[in-house]
Design a protein around this ligand. Structure first.
Ligand code: CP
Length: 307
């Protein structure tokens, strides 16, 4: 039996493999009918320990449109709450062809990958969000016809999405500048950041206006992780973050004179990381970017499951 390929982050993915995934996503978007039986008879287990709209919908619809089937498993109503993740995954991977999991902790996802006989896809944990970034890179390539030499500026909190953007961009020749006055410590992966520095394509600064001036894409994300957004215990930290981050909001003033496309992985918090008018602005490609989650999910499933 060959080695099972998982998508936990991009560490085991070469530039060539990432570009192949991005191009496949574009090809599937253009020729959906050609792929409608590609995963005939295959099943995907989707495990959610946290809330989701796009990740759940895109992977579930992707499986249906590829001729397969997806099962939604809510962590709280499954026996993952009372049993060992390793044992439950051993069982699951004997009944399904792939597992996509959105877990609170990357360490649990690593256990899952170790136990699984079938590919495990990271549906976003505290450190990485790789399926989001495949859709992001796909969207950038659709807009500009290439990736190499493009300039993306990420403005927000250094988090899981930021890590995957740094990894995805530096592996595909995109220059990425991050403006992150706050670092979400649970997302820290020094190895990933050191590898990014070596490419010469990642820069971190707080000089927001010069960064935006040269950008092809300006990207933002929530200042507060989804699991804390409505948690009263996080109220003080949330207020502190809003105060500190307000000067880094994507708004009309910041974007004045810029032709950069505006990106956001959603869900959006209008009036916080981005002003409402910038969501609707002609430079905003946020909804196209979110639509592309479907084609990215299909490409990921095709590559991992049909192997
Ligand atoms: N961007 C993203 O992952 O969206 P959801 O949290 O709704 O899945």
């Amino acid at each position: 039996m060959g080695v099972t390929m998982h998508l936990i982050n991009f560490k085991n993915f070469s530039e060539h493999q990432l570009l192949e995934l991005i191009d496949l996503a574009i090809e599937i978007k253009q020729n959906p009918v050609k792929y409608r039986r590609a995963l005939n008879g295959k099943s995907l287990a989707m495990i959610f320990q946290k809330t989701s709209t796009r990740t759940r919908v895109s992977f579930e619809v992707a499986m249906t449109q590829l001729g397969g089937h997806a099962l939604y498993i809510d962590w709280r109503t499954s026996n993952l709450t009372i049993a060992d993740i390793y044992d439950e995954t051993q069982y699951l991977s004997r009944n399904v062809d792939c597992i996509m999991a959105r877990l609170l902790r990357n360490s649990d996802l690593q256990v899952m990958a170790k136990a699984s006989r079938v590919p495990v896809i990271n549906g976003c944990d505290e450190k990485y969000h790789p399926s989001q970034v495949i859709a992001d890179l796909m969207t950038m390539k659709e807009k500009k016809g290439r990736l190499k030499g493009l300039k993306l500026v990420y403005i927000g909190v250094h988090n899981n999405v930021c890590n995957s953007l740094i990894e995805g961009c530096t592996k595909t020749g995109v220059e990425i500048t991050t403006i992150t006055p706050i670092f979400n410590e649970p997302s820290r992966d020094n190895e990933l950041l050191e590898d990014a520095i070596k490419t010469g394509l990642w820069k971190s600064t707080l000089d927001i206006s010069s960064a935006v001036k040269n950008a092809d894409f300006v990207y933002t994300d929530t200042w507060v992780d989804m699991e804390f957004f409505t948690d009263p215990r996080f109220f003080e930290e949330k207020e502190k973050r809003i105060k500190l981050m307000m000067p880094y909001q994507i708004n009309k003033n910041l974007m004045a004179g810029s032709n950069a496309y505006i990106m956001h992985d959603m869900p959006i918090h209008r009036g916080y990381e981005i002003s409402s008018e910038m969501v609707e602005d002609s430079r905003s490609i946020i909804y196209e970017q979110s639509e592309n989650r479907l084609y990215a999910a299909k490409a990921i499933l095709m590559k991992l499951v049909s192997k």
